[in-house]
Design a protein around this ligand. Structure first.
Ligand code: WT7
Length: 678
C-alpha cells in the first residue's frame, strides 16, 4: 500500500456501523450478488401499505439494443415517503425529538422544530394544497430560501403524491420559467425574500416575472403561495434590540410585494385554521416522488425523475452508513435544499433515520469568516457535510477563524460536488477535523440520487482526493474509448452495469433523451460522464467530467489533476484549468490561477507554477498559459463554469448564457486579464 494513507480513528471505529474493510467487503458482495435479499432487509424497516414481493424485488434493462431502458424496484408495493419520515418516527416515540434547528442568516435569528410539530405543519400544508386542487401526480414548483417552510412544502407534496420540482432560488426568472413550463406545474411555492450574501432580495418579483414568461411557453401557473419571510426577520431583529415590531412596520415592508388576486396567497393566511392531520396517499413504489432539473450539455435542462420506494431506501441507507449516523448525533449539511444534496441529505435521508439536523440560511462569510465554525460549536455538530469550494474559500483566511472555536464534537467530515484536491483535503482533515475525523469524499450525481462512491467513516482507510470504494449495490466499471473493460490499474470512463435503488428512472417527459444521454455511448452501461482512475490498491479517483479530459501530445490527462498541483503551491488559493487547441500538441493547458488574498500575481509565481506542474506530472503536462484570475466564473452552487473559461482561453467573446453565474462581471475582468500575445 502507498504511504499516503490515513487510517480511520479507531475510537470512532468501535461504535461505527461498519467497523472494518472486511465487514464492508462482505456487505458489498452480498449487495451485488443478492440485491433482493440485501435491500429487502432494509425495506423491512419501513412501512409498506401493500407489501413488496421479495421474489420479484427489482428488474432492469440497461441495454438500449434490447428494448427501452428501465429500472424498477419493489413494483406493486405501496407506501408513502412522508409517512415513513414523520408518522413512523412520531409513533416510535420520537415526537419530541428535534428534527431541525434552523439558523438564520442573522445569528440572532434561529428556531427549531420537533418531529411532531413538523408532522402537523406538513399535514396542514398538504391540506392547503388539496384546497388549491393539487392531486396525486401534479407537479409543484418550489423556489424558496433555506427556511423550514421549504422542508414542509416538499414533504406535503410527498404526502399527497404531488411531484415537487425545486428550483434553486438563485436561478433567474427565465430559468425558473423554463423549468416551470417544462414540468407544467400547477402551483408555485415561494417566499417574499431571500438572502444572497448579506443582501436581502425580493424573490416574489422574480416569481412574478417567471410566471409571466411561462405564458410565452404556453403555460399558466394557477396558484402561487408565498411565505412571509421578511417581516419575521424584521420582527426578530427588532426583538433582539429589545423592541417589538408593530403591524404598520410590517405592512410598510410589504408595500413592494406585488400581488395578483386570485392567484397569489400568503402561506400564513392559508395555514390558519386548517386541520393538522392529513391521511397520506399511498403511492406505488415506482410512482414519482420528485423531479429536479440538472444542466445538460446542450443547454436545455434535464428533469431528472426519482421515484418513491427505491429512493427512500437509498437515501436512508447512504445517510446512515456514509455519515455513520447514531441517534444522539447532530448532523449538518450546508447544501441548499434546491440541489440534490439538499434533497437527499438535508431532507429525505436524515428524516428517514429520525436524525436531528441543522438547516442554515446564511453564508460562511457572514457576519464573519468563522460562521461555519461558530455554528458547529453552538450546536455541537457531529457530522459536517460541505463542498470543496467552500473549504478552499475558507482556507484563504488561514487557521485563526477556526481556532477561535471548539470543534471537538465533530466525528465525520463530508465533501461533495467536485473532486477535492489533496491540499484542501489535508486542510479540512487537520484544521477542522483535528486529525481525528474521517473524511467522506462522496462521489455522486443528481442522477444517482445518493452517494455511489465513498469512504465509510470508521472503516475505510483514506487517501486524500480519492472517493475510494463503491457504496452497497453499486458496481463501478472503467471502460476505455472502445468500450473495453479496464481491469486493475488504469483510467477510463466511469460507468455502472447494475441499478441501485436510488438511481434516476427517466428524464421527465423525455425518455428518449434519458436513453441517449446516459445509455447510448456504451450499450449496457449507465454512463456517468466522469472519468476515473483505479490505483494499485483498487482505490477509485474520480478525475472530473470526461469533457474536462484533455489529450496533450497523446497523453490523456484531466484538468483536475493539474489543478490539484497548482493549488498545492502555498501562494495559490484556487485554480481552474481548461484545454485549448494547440497546433502541434493537439491540446494544451490554459490555467487560471487565483492567488491567496494579499499575494500579488507575479511572473515569478507563474514560472514557479509551470515548474511545479512539470515536476509533479511530467514535461508533457507543462501549462502553456498561466493567467491571473482575481476570481473564477462560478455558478451559485459553486461549480466553475469551464465552458466560459474555454472561451476566454481562445479569446472568443461568444460565451453563451452566463445568467446562472454568481457574478457575471468576472467574465469581463478575465478577458481584460488575458496575457497579451496568447
Ligand atoms: C457531478 C455531479 C452530487 C451532488 C452534488 C453535485 C462531480 C460530485 C464529486 C466527488 C469528484 C464529484 C462529478 C459529477 N462530483 N461529487 N466527490 N468527486 N467529482 O451534483 O450537479 O449532479 O454534479 O459533480 O463530476 O458527475 P451534480
Amino acid at each position: 500500500m502507498s504511504k499516503n494513507i490515513y487510517l480511520p480513528n479507531y475510537e470512532h471505529s468501535e461504535n461505527a456501523h461498519i467497523q472494518s474493510m472486511e465487514q464492508y467487503r462482505q456487505m458489498h458482495k452480498k449487495s451485488i450478488e443478492s440485491p433482493a435479499e440485501f435491500w429487502s432487509e432494509i425495506a423491512d424497516q419501513f412501512y409498506w401499505e401493500n407489501p413488496y414481493d421479495v421474489r420479484n424485488f427489482y428488474s432492469f434493462n440497461f441495454n438500449v439494443k434490447s428494448g427501452p431502458v428501465q429500472v424498477k424496484w419493489m413494483e406493486g408495493a405501496t407506501t408513502n415517503v412522508c409517512f415513513n419520515l414523520l408518522d413512523k418516527n412520531v409513533r416510535r416515540g420520537m415526537g419530541d425529538k428535534i428534527a431541525f434547528y434552523w439558523e438564520g442568516n442573522d445569528p440572532e435569528d434561529y428556531s427549531k422544530i420537533t418531529y411532531k410539530k413538523l408532522l402537523e405543519e406538513v399535514c396542514r400544508f398538504a391540506n392547503v394544497m388539496k384546497s388549491k386542487g393539487v392531486v396525486k401526480g401534479d407537479r409543484v414548483a418550489i423556489y424558496m430560501p433555506m427556511i423550514l417552510e421549504i422542508i414542509i412544502a416538499m414533504l406535503a407534496c410527498a404526502r399527497i403524491g404531488a411531484v415537487h420540482s425545486i428550483v434553486f432560488a438563485g436561478f433567474s426568472a427565465e430559468s425558473l420559467a423554463e423549468r416551470m413550463a417544462d414540468c407544467k406545474c400547477k402551483v408555485l411555492i415561494t417566499a417574499d425574500s431571500v438572502y444572497r450574501g448579506d443582501k436581502l432580495l425580493n424573490i416574489k418579483n422574480i416569481c412574478d416575472s417567471a410566471m409571466e414568461r411561462c405564458q410565452n411557453f404556453g403555460h399558466e401557473v394557477q396558484t402561487c403561495i408565498v411565505v412571509r419571510h421578511l417581516p419575521r426577520l424584521y420582527r426578530s431583529t427588532n426583538h433582539s434590540n429589545g423592541t417589538n415590531g408593530n403591524a404598520s412596520d410590517v405592512i410598510d415592508l410589504h408595500s413592494d410585494v406585488s400581488w395578483t388576486d386570485g392567484r397569489d396567497f400568503w402561506w400564513h393566511d392559508e395555514m390558519d385554521d386548517v386541520e393538522p392531520a392529513c391521511y397520506p396517499v399511498w403511492m406505488s413504489a415506482e410512482d414519482p416522488l420528485f423531479m429536479l432539473y440538472t444542466s445538460g450539455s446542450t443547454g436545455k435542462p434535464k428533469g431528472v425523475l426519482h421515484t418513491t420506494g427505491g429512493y427512500l431506501l437509498y437515501a436512508a441507507t447512504t445517510f446512515k452508513y456514509v455519515f455513520d449516523y447514531h441517534p444522539s448525533d447532530i448532523y449538518w449539511c450546508t447544501a441548499d435544499v434546491g440541489w440534490i444534496t439538499g434533497h437527499s441529505y438535508v431532507t429525505y435521508g436524515p428524516l428517514a433515520n429520525g436524525a436531528t439536523s441543522i438547516i442554515f440560511e446564511g453564508t460562511p462569510f457572514y457576519p464573519d469568516n468563522s460562521r461555519y465554525w461558530s455554528i458547529i460549536e453552538k450546536y455541537k455538530v457531529t457530522q459536517f457535510y460541505t463542498a470543496p469550494t467552500a473549504i478552499r474559500a475558507l482556507m484563504k483566511f488561514g487557521e485563526e477563524p477556526v481556532k477561535k472555536h471548539n470543534l471537538n464534537s465533530l466525528k465525520v467530515l463530508g465533501s461533495v460536488g467536485e473532486p477535492i484536491n489533496p491540499e484542501a483535503w489535508l486542510w479540512y482533515y487537520k484544521n477542522i477535523g483535528n486529525e481525528r475525523c474521517s473524511i467522506a469524499d462522496t462521489f455522486w450525481q443528481t442522477e444517482t440520487g445518493g452517494h455511489v462512491i465513498t469512504p465509510l467513516p470508521g472503516c475505510t482507510p483514506m487517501k486524500p482526493g480519492s472517493a475510494t470504494f463503491p457504496f452497497f449495490g453499486v458496481n463501478p466499471i472503467l471502460l476505455d474509448e472502445n468500450g473495453q473493460v479496464i481491469e486493475g490499474v488504469g483510467e477510463g470512463y466511469l460507468v455502472f452495469n447494475k441499478p441501485w435503488p436510488g438511481m434516476m428512472r427517466t428524464l421527465f417527459g423525455n425518455h428518449e433523451r434519458y436513453q441517449s444521454v446516459y445509455f447510448s455511448k456504451f450499450p449496457g452501461y449507465y454512463c456517468t460522464g466522469d472519468g476515473a482512475r483505479r490505483d494499485e490498491d483498487g482505490y477509485l479517483w474520480v478525475t472530473g467530467r470526461v469533457d474536462d479530459m484533455l489529450n496533450v501530445s497523446g497523453h490523456l490527462m484531466s484538468t483536475a489533476e493539474v489543478e490539484s498541483v497548482l493549488t498545492e503551491h502555498p501562494d495559490v488559493s484556487e485554480a481552474a484549468v481548461v484545454s485549448r487547441p494547440h497546433p502541434i500538441k493537439g491540446e494544451c493547458l490554459y490555467c487560471f490561477v487565483t492567488p491567496n488574498s494579499g499575494v500579488p500575481f507575479t511572473p515569478k509565481l507563474s514560472s514557479e507554477l509551470i515548474k511545479k506542474v512539470r515536476e509533479n506530472i511530467g514535461p508533457f503536462a507543462m501549462p502553456d498559459v498561466i493567467q491571473h484570475a482575481p476570481g473564477l466564473p462560478k455558478t451559485r452552487s459553486g461549480k466553475i463554469m469551464r465552458r466560459v473559461l474555454r472561451k476566454i482561453a481562445i479569446n472568443d467573446r461568444e460565451v453563451g448564457d452566463i445568467s446562472t453565474l454568481a457574478d457575471e462581471h468576472i467574465v469581463d475582468e478575465l478577458f481584460r486579464n488575458r496575457p497579451e500575445k496568447t
